[in-house]
Design a protein around this ligand. Structure first.
Ligand SMILES: NC(=O)c1ccc[n+]([C@@H]2O[C@H](COP(=O)([O-])OP(=O)(O)OC[C@H]3O[C@@H](n4cnc5c(N)ncnc54)[C@H](O)[C@@H]3O)[C@@H](O)[C@H]2O)c1
Length: 343
């Protein structure tokens, strides 16, 4: 048991979600005490295991203030928000209210309680259509959807709050998060699932009838879109590194998190067929509006400054860990259905 005078409490907003839960585990492993705030709109109570859980919306300032009064929070890692580009196109209000409004509420509570350090989950969606590849942090930020715009608005807020109130921040711009905890304790659970790898796995397992491939005429290796997949455990480690960077006096900055290596949709399907030994049924469709052909990160700054080192982000490890997680989940779901039928 850690003596509460020695422990360092870190508030994790969205810690019941996919990346937040993996980050809570990484923080606990690094000796921190993760305090999770989440309203479970897309997260899962079962994914919070490494510290206390407070179920609340960030917009509830009274509840948020109570968290800062109860725990001696030293820093905040802020994941909570809507994360779906497609949904944001149809419901921009939701994205500005939650991603921007929720963050303003959080920042107000932080400032009121003298908490000055924040690591923020941003996205490659802030860059819009890439003008140069790989994308560096200096690439112009011209989002093409409300999701990316909401992330950019928060980035700008952090910049001005740093100047006016001395806020200290690291902005992490992720490319495509993928994979699952190599120890099998955590993984991706979204409903509906917007991300490529879990959708391909669902098609391989037969829980969806087919996998849709959008766009087969891009100027890429096989005509399908190329993305930079980064293992969720490597992302989690990057949050620990970014927090330690702030603790050691690092200047406010934004860092890309990716590998700089891209994989096409067809290459990912083949990798999953190889890992699973199953055929993936897929159907080709026209391109979706707004999907760039290729997104690749230049993440040299994250390696140079916070000292981050990805360990699991080769496609084989990403697919293997995701496959193990989803087959375990699928097995549990089938078993539960059988028990219900038997009784
Ligand atoms: N998954 C990716 O590939 C990716 C890429 C770039 C950026 N991001 C960003 O990373 C963050 C985490 O993404 P994720 O994939 O883990 O998503 P997720 O949906 O699994 O996790 C988000 C969590 O935030 C919680 N939440 C949302 N709004 C809240 C609110 N107002 N109050 C309290 N809790 C709230 C949800 O319940 C959920 O548990 C998001 O901010 C997302 O935009 C994700």
């Amino acid at each position: 048991m850690v003596d509460s005078r020695d422990r360092i409490d870190v508030l994790i907003t969205g810690g019941a979600g996919y990346i937040g839960s993996h980050s809570a585990k990484a923080l606990a492993r690094a000796g921190y005490y993760p305090v999770v705030v989440d309203d479970l709109r897309t997260g899962h109570r079962s994914a919070v295991r490494w510290g206390p859980f407070i179920e609340t919306d960030l917009a509830d300032k009274t509840a948020l203030n109570r968290v800062f009064e109860t725990y001696p929070i030293a820093a905040v890692i802020h994941f909570a928000g809507g994360a779906y580009v497609g949904e944001s196109m149809g419901a921009p209000q939701l994205y500005f209210q939650n991603n921007v409004g929720g963050t303003l509420s959080l920042l107000e509570s932080m400032l009121d309680h003298g908490v000055a350090s924040i690591v923020f989950s941003s996205s490659c969606a802030t860059y819009g259509h890439p003008k140069t590849i790989p994308i560096t942090e200096e690439h112009p930020q011209q989002p093409v959807n409300p999701y990316g715009e909401s992330k950019l608005m928060v980035e700008k807020t952090l910049f001005w709050y740093a100047r006016a109130y001395g806020l200290r921040y690291s902005i992490l711009r992720y490319f495509n998060a993928a994979g699952a905890d190599p120890e099998g304790e955590l993984g991706e659970m979204h409903e509906p699932e917007p991300h490529l790898i879990p959708r391909i796995i669902a098609a391989a397992l037969g829980s969806r009838s087919t996998m849709e491939v959008y766009g087969t005429d891009y100027d890429t290796i096989d005509g399908t879109a190329v993305r930079d997949y980064i293992h969720v455990t490597d992302l989690a480690d990057a949050h620990v590194a970014a927090m330690q960077y702030l603790e050691s006096g690092g200047a406010p900055a934004a860092f890309n998190l990716g590998t700089g290596t891209g994989h096409s949709v067809r290459q990912v399907i083949s990798a999953i067929e190889h890992a699973s030994g199953r055929k993936v049924p897929f159907k080709d469709h026209p391109r979706r509006a707004g999907d760039p052909a290729e997104l690749l990160a230049d993440a040299k700054e994250a390696v140079r400054r916070p000292g981050w080192r990805p360990r699991y982000s080769d496609l084989g490890s990403i697919v293997q860990t995701a496959w193990s997680w989803h087959t375990a989940l699928h097995g549990a779901a089938v078993e539960a259905r059988m028990c219900n039928t038997d009784s």
